[in-house]
Write a protein that binds this ligand. Structure first.
Ligand code: AMP
Length: 197
C-alpha cells in the first residue's frame, strides 16, 4: 500500500525542519525526516558507520542504501504503532533527494501535495543561516559564499526532483512572513488539497 504523502521542500534556512515538526504534531499527520533517520542510527552498527561516513563529508548517502534503510525505518514505525498509514498522512522531509530516489520510491508513495517553503528574497535566508551559525557554531553556515553554493546545489536538485511530479501538486508558501502567517498559509494549502470535512 502506498503512503498518502506530503513532500516537504525548502532551501537551507527556510525552516523546513521546524515546520515539519509542527505539522507532525497535528493529528492525522506523521513527520519523517531522512536526515533525522540517519542521525538516529547507532554509530557502532555497520549501516550507521557507513551512513555517517557520507554525512560527515557532507555527501549524500548512496541511493540504494538510503531507500532500503528508509523502507526498513517505515516498517519499524508501522510495527510499533507510531505511524498509522490507514489514518495518517506521511509528511516526508529529505526524500526523494535525487532523480533516482524519486523513481525508486514511486510505488511507495502516493504524493497528494508538495509543500514548497520558499523565500523569494535569498538575503533573508542568508541572514537567518548566519544568525543560526553564530548560535550553533556551524562553520558551514557562516560564510556567504558557502551559503550561496548550498542554494545553487539545492535549487538544481529540487528542480530535477519536482520535474518528476505533476506541476499541480506543488503549492508554495512564502516563509519570509511572520510565523503565524506562514502557519495560516500552510493551513490554507492543506484545506485546499485535503479538504476540510
Ligand atoms: P538533512 O538533515 O536533510 O540535511 O540531512 C543530513 C544528511 O543526511 C545529508 O547531508 C545526507 O548526507 C544525508 N541524507 C538525508 N537524506 C538523504 C537522502 N534522501 N539521500 C541521501 N542522503 C541523505
Amino acid at each position: 500500500m502506498a503512503y498518502q504523502t506530503i513532500l516537504l521542500f525548502g532551501p537551507p534556512g527556510s525552516g523546513k525542519g521546524t515546520w515539519g515538526d509542527i505539522l507532525g504534531k497535528v493529528p492525522g499527520f506523521f513527520h519523517v525526516s531522512t536526515g533525522d533517520m540517519f542521525r538516529k542510527l547507532a554509530p557502532t552498527s555497520e549501516v550507521g558507520q557507513l551512513a555517517l561516513s557520507y554525512i560527515r563529508r557532507g555527501e549524500l548517502v548512496p541511493d540504494e542504501h538510503t531507500v532500503a534503510l528508509w523502507r526498513e525505518y517505515m516498517q519499524t514505525l508501522i510495527a510499533s504503532g507510531d505511524f498509522k498509514p490507514d489514518e495518517q498522512h506521511l509528511v516526508l522531509d529529505g526524500l526523494p533527494r535525487t532523480r533516482a530516489q524519486a523513481r525508486m520510491v514511486k510505488d511507495d508513495l502516493e504524493v497528494v501535495l508538495i509543500l514548497f517553503l520558499d523565500c523569494p528574497d535569498r538575503d533573508i535566508l542568508v541572514r537567518r543561516l548566519q544568525g543560526r551559525a553564530v548560535v550553533e557554531g556551524r562553520e558551514d553556515d557562516a560564510s556567504e559564499e558557502v551559503i550561496h553554493n548550498r542554494f545553487r546545489v539545492y535549487e538544481q536538485q529540487t528542480r530535477e526532483i519536482l520535474a518528476h511530479y505533476p506541476e499541480r501538486l506543488t503549492q508554495t508558501v512564502d516563509v519570509s512572513q511572520v510565523p503565524y502567517k506562514i502557519l495560516m498559509d500552510i493551513g490554507q494549502v492543506l484545506v485546499k488539497r485535503l479538504g476540510a470535512g
